[in-house]
Design a protein around this ligand. Structure first.
Ligand code: T4K
Length: 394
């Protein structure tokens, strides 16, 4: 765990000392090694390493219970899950999505031979703005792919109303939203299906992995076939499909991590509170956090920096923090609409996406994971205060 070299010199006015070890944006949840070993021993005993084995089936059942969803299908990554969803729902033409997301969201659309169409975002939730949907939907739009950025829910009611009116499917990228709930109801229950990422950097992880959560029982076999080469049984291959299975080793890690998740969530709740206390003292920096009735996904500590009030730009803060050995991240800058292979799209025009461009210039994700100590958060906040006072000087 990173430790400060010395706590002396951190008082107001003096430049805080840098951390002696890099402070990363996140660290993975890792279960006690003996818990993982015990599960691996079970796998060794069966000599069954993949192809929907016992660990895989057990993890799907436990995740379905955790998410209060009828069905959960595991995949080797969140991206693979998203591609599978787009394929199985037999989409055509274009898919409307947000430019303010990880590249995987938009790349999944193009990987399926579909055309991405960018829609601007809401300045508060940072998710796709449903009021802008009518401006970008066309006759060939077959779906909306919303992203619950930083676990903040999309306006699912408005998106799904618009989609129903036009006969469009709705898929959510819930890579950040594993534990987001609205009024206690799991967010995963929205739309035709929701993708979850279990990458190492996510609240719940299987090192690499992902899932689709969905309610329609008819989709269960379709998602099974799509990740099993279309093989129904030894005598029948009834559709095309890919290898979209999660190995028993990854599933075993997931089961061990699921047992460790409660403690990680409690720790992250404390870290969140320490941040909110510390950041509340600094003008011009606003945490992106859930507001009742939404419960926080505890995935990222995202903040928006107002350079005029804070005294320094986001980029100056990012550079300044690096000088303190703090590796914050600019998720999500650049916008997907700025990538060379998407910037020619009509919907990628800068003037069509004013909110997304403004947010991408001001967003910063600070270190956030359960292993952080109160003193470390106070120090990061002092570093931010110092950068504000000195207008970003390092
Ligand atoms: N949709 C959205 C909205 C997403 O955010 C993502 C993924 C996806 C879809 C796709 O889901 P997957 O197909 O990945 O399941 C990371 C993750 O690789 C990526 O999964 C994630 N979003 C994205 C937001 O963050 P990078 O390029 O920032 O990762 P990296 O390697 O720089 O890691 C960040 C920090 O985490 C490191 O500085 C140190 C720490 N770290 C990382 C790893 C991998 C560790 O301490 N241990 C580790 O094992 O993309």
């Amino acid at each position: 765990m990173p430790k400060r070299i010395d706590s002396a010199g951190a008082s107001a006015g003096l430049r805080p000392l840098a951390f002696s070890q890099p402070m990363y944006v996140t660290r993975p949840l890792i279960p006690p090694l003996q818990d993982f070993s015990a599960r691996l021993a079970l796998v060794w005993g069966t000599a069954y390493l993949t192809n929907f084995g016992h660990q895989h089936r057990t993890l799907e059942q436990r995740l379905a219970a955790h998410l209060d969803m009828p069905h959960v299908a595991l995949y080797p990554s969140g991206t693979a899950a998203l591609v599978s969803a787009l394929r199985v729902l037999e989409l055509q033409g274009s898919v409307v999505t947000t430019p303010f997301t990880f590249p995987a969201t938009v790349h999944a659309i193009t990987a399926c031979g579909l055309q991405p169409v960018f829609c601007d975002i809401d300045p508060v939730t940072l998710t796709l703005d449903p009021d802008r949907l009518p401006d970008v939907v066309t006759a060939d739009t077959s779906a909306v792919l919303g992203v619950h950025v930083f676990g903040q829910p999309c306006d699912t009611v408005a998106i799904e109303r618009e989609a129903a009116d036009r006969g469009m499917k709705v898929i959510y990228d819930g890579a950040h939203a594993f534990d987001t709930r609205i009024d206690g109801r799991p967010l995963a229950a929205s739309g035709d299906c929701t993708m979850l990422s279990f990458h190492a950097t996510k609240l719940f992880n299987t090192a690499e992995g992902g899932a689709l959560a969905f309610g329609d029982p008819l989709l269960e076999q379709a998602f099974f076939l799509d990740r099993n080469f279309g093989i129904l049984n030894e005598d029948e291959v009834i559709c095309s499909g890919i290898n979209g299975k999660l190995s028993e080793l990854h599933a075993a890690l997931g089961l061990a991590n699921l047992d460790a998740l409660g403690a990680e969530i409690s720790a992250r709740e404390r870290v969140r509170r320490w941040y909110l206390d510390g950041l509340g003292e600094i003008d011009g920096i606003s945490p992106v956090v859930a507001v009742h009735p939404v419960s926080d996904s505890l995935q990222y500590m995202a903040v928006l920096i107002d350079p005029d009030v804070f005294g320094a730009s986001r980029d100056a803060v990012y550079d300044g923090l690096r000088g303190f050995n703090v590796f914050a991240r600019k998720y999500f800058h650049p916008l997907c609409s700025e990538f060379p292979h998407y910037q020619q799209l009509p919907s990628a025009a800068r003037e069509a996406l004013p909110v997304a461009h403004s947010i991408a210039q001001r967003i910063l994700c600070l270190p956030f994971y359960g292993g952080l100590a109160e003193g470390e958060i106070q120090t990061i906040c002092r570093m931010l205060g110092w950068l504000s006072d000195t207008k970003g000087r390092r």
